[in-house]
Design a protein. Structure first.
Length: 243
């Protein structure tokens, strides 16, 4: 299986929104909310965007504090040490020089105490016009629109929902990553079994490669894999086991 990043419809939607925010939104409105179900490709896409843009990528975690975030930013920007004031001054200068995008994954962990952690990141980014991307599960997105968090929600200029892969996404994904050629029928089977989850499509890709190697084939059609289990949805199996 090949390792490069596939530019899916979710990724393209995000990049369109990002360009709009960077080109049109004022400094105080450059927050993007990215949300989606598990396996929809959020983390992979944000990893790619972060690396491409030399962004600061932060893994949100329970109990996260402003002090922790300040130390993390100082570390990422090579300006650690000194008093809290001097450290913040150094962070502000580094942001002014570099204007880095900041990506906060599992951003719901920054909502405690009136979202003080997100407010800290927002203020730091806003001073220089950097984009702040807040990534969360679909079930958490409503929390960012609560009235008590208007100081955050009113600054969100774009919401990008990552959805399961379409058939076109699946054909492209398997076509670019799989070491064996497949037809649309194989892609449809993989899509049905994975329910559009990219991590399961990766498993399907490996299954197809192993099967093709065993059969001595360089290309597979729907007839070749008819009745095969290309990937297993463990969540579905768990739900069945609980009945």
């Amino acid at each position: 299986m090949k390792a490069h990043f596939v530019k899916t419809s979710n990724y393209n939607q995000f990049m369109t929104m990002l360009a709009a925010v960077e080109g049109q939104a004022p400094k105080e409105g450059r927050i993007i909310n990215v949300n989606g179900e598990p396996g929809s490709g959020k983390s992979r896409a944000m990893d790619h965007v972060g690396a491409d843009r030399n962004a600061i990528y932060i893994e949100g975690m329970p109990g996260m504090t402003v002090t922790y975030l300040r130390e993390l930013l100082a570390h990422e920007l090579n300006c650690s040490g000194g008093t809290m004031f001097r450290q913040q001054q150094a962070i502000n200068k580094a942001f002014s020089d570099r204007k880095p995008m900041v990506i906060l994954d599992e951003a719901q962990h920054g909502l405690n105490k009136k979202a003080e952690c997100i407010e800290f990141l927002r203020r730091t980014c806003e001073q220089v016009g950097s984009v702040l991307v807040l990534v969360c599960h679909t079930s958490e997105k409503h929390r960012f629109g609560e009235h008590k968090l208007a100081h955050i929600s009113t600054r969100i200029s774009a919401v990008v929902e990552f959805t399961p892969a379409t058939l076109a996404d699946c054909i492209m994904y398997l076509g670019e990553l799989c070491e064996v050629e497949i037809d649309a029928g194989v892609a449809q089977l993989a899509l049905t079994q994975s329910r559009g989850r990219y991590r399961l499509l990766s498993n399907a890709c490996r299954t197809l490669e192993d099967f093709a190697t065993a059969m001595g084939k360089t290309a597979l059609t729907a007839d070749d894999v008819k009745g095969m289990m290309l990937c297993e949805d463990a969540m579905k199996a768990l739900r069945k086991g609980s009945k």
